[in-house]
Design a protein around this ligand. Sequence first.
Ligand SMILES: Nc1ncnc2c1ncn2[C@@H]1O[C@H](COP(=O)(O)OP(=O)(O)OP(=O)(O)O)[C@@H](O)[C@H]1O
Length: 272
Amino acid sequence: MSSFLSLRDVWVEYGDKIVLERVNLEIDEGAFVSIIGPSGAGKSSLLRVVLGQDAPSRGRIELDGMPLEPQCDSNRGVVFQRYSVFPHMTVLENTLFGLECAQAPFTARLFGAARRAAVAEAKDMLHAVGLGDNGSLYPAQMSGGMQQRLALAQALVKRPRILLLDEPFGALDPGIRSDMHRLITDLWNAYSLTVIMVTHDIGEAFSLGNRVLTLDKLRHDPHAPNRYGASVVYDLPLTRKDPPRGPAELPAARSTRERKNNSITIDKIDNT
Ligand SMILES: Nc1ncnc2c1ncn2[C@@H]1O[C@H](COP(=O)(O)OP(=O)(O)OP(=O)(O)O)[C@@H](O)[C@H]1O
């Protein structure tokens, strides 16, 4: 039986530079996968091929056993480190926009009952990310943490099955980061998401993920640094203590997931 998300012999090459080679991964539905590794190892490149922004140069990616097309679709939502919100739209308009684009791709405008339903959905999502009272603000009137909450609402309002996070909290102060850690954990549980997160913060990787992958090169030729790409060198499944629940009650919660006490198994991947 195939996994929820499978990467089979995926390579990413830019010209003659091999960035990723022979990446084989099986990701279960509902996993929270953290990806770490040295700078330039290809973490964001991996996220981009899963998102569909780039096509792998070799290999294939499957979702539920079906090939995942190299194009962004509603199965996948993404949040980057740099805020991706539209500065000329209010918080509510920013959140609504994704729904309007999905439901009215030519005009990006909904009317009547369809618009009222979309507004209600957008408001629910803003409530879920803690921006329920901020719908009329513009991004410039908000802190970095609030803008990142908005980016999460934008990504989640379309109810993606996979949420891709590329250093989403990297630009935030430590206090705000821990609030965001609690929020993303709550959202992961409430919306039964499969999350793939790239981070440079090892603590964040281990405290949020229930699986941690390390990307690095297994082989290196000092005379030809582009000759070999990175692959998954460590794959650490974690089971860990249930995190403290946030005070927010999330609407439209679908299920919660059991998470047990700390134990780590370390398997070094041998791709040679
Ligand atoms: N569009 C592109 N064209 C050419 N080279 C690229 C392109 N995108 C990425 N690269 C190269 O691929 C390599 C991996 O980049 P990537 O951003 O995926 O690494 P990363 O592990 O996310 O790095 P960091 O941790 O510094 O963000 C880098 O050497 C980068 O220069």
